[in-house]
Design a protein around this ligand. Structure first.
Ligand SMILES: [Zn+2]
Ligand SMILES: [Zn+2]
Length: 251
């Protein structure tokens, strides 16, 4: 019998205006990074985790301005907690999925292999199991498109639509700081391009676009942050793997 967690979330102050939050009792391979940015006029939360513990309540003491919440895409490890928030944003290609609470498209069904009991070292609440996890629907307040800007007053983040991992995957680019919040498009681990909703050819195009963008720093949806050299290496590896599996068109 697994214990019930006392603290579900943990956080790390990365810089004075950036906090990384993780769900420490969910497997390190599967847990997402949730990024809390602070600007002059507003806070921005990028991704919301599984939604098995009240993230809005956890964040409340950290906030002294209005909060906007963006999900990089609607997979359950990023958008599971979106229903806890009011000012919500998601790419337009996944807003309907979110409204329906489509657990299959969110990869939340245990048989899909991402939401499994083995990934939980402690339970978020008594009686929890992967099988009774519910991907909660919500109406997204702002459906995002390529080029949209999220303005925090003294800093702004641009929406880059980078499909392939999922139809509505986005990254957020802070041009002034040359920093990319990349979601699941690129991180320093095994990239997922074969799950339901993935389109590897689109993924490759998105990677080529990121290689040209070459941001100084990347804060990804999983694992640790990295610099532009590491990002280029990850992209080269990804594209090489794609070619090996029989995609000569990606040269
Ligand atoms: Zn994902
Ligand atoms: Zn993810």
């Amino acid at each position: 019998m697994k214990p019930v967690a006392v603290d579900w979330f943990q956080r790390e102050q990365v810089t004075p205006d950036l906090i990384r939050i993780t769900e420490k009792h969910f497997d390190p391979v599967a847990r997402a990074n949730l990024w809390l940015l602070s600007g002059r006029d507003a806070h921005l939360l990028i991704d919301t985790g599984l939604g098995v513990s009240d993230l809005a309540r956890y964040l409340a003491p950290l906030l002294d301005k209005p909060l906007t919440v963006v999900c990089t895409h609607a997979h359950f490890d990023h958008a599971g907690g979106l229903a806890n928030f009011k000012s919500t944003c998601l790419h337009c290609h996944e807003a309907d999925l979110m409204r329906r609470g489509d657990a299959t498209a969110a990869l939340a069904r245990p048989e899909q292999g991402f939401n499994v009991d083995a990934y939980f070292s402690e339970l978020p609440y008594p009686g929890f199991s992967a099988a009774n996890y519910r991907f909660r629907p919500c109406v997204v307040q702002r459906a995002l498109n390529e080029g949209d800007v999220i303005d925090l007053g003294d800093r702004a983040l641009e929406v880059l639509h980078l499909p392939g991992h999922s139809p509505g995957s986005i990254a957020l680019f802070d041009r002034a700081q040359d920093t990319l919040y990349s979601g699941d498009v690129v991180y320093d681990g095994e990239l997922i391009d074969k799950a339901l909703g993935c389109v590897p050819e689109e993924y490759a195009t998105s990677m080529e676009r990121l290689a040209r963008l070459a941001p100084r720093l990347v804060h990804p949806g999983h694992y640790h942050s990295f610099d532009t050299q590491r990002m280029q290496a990850l992209i080269i590896d990804y594209l090489a793997g794609r070619r090996e599996s029989g995609c000569p068109g990606l040269e």
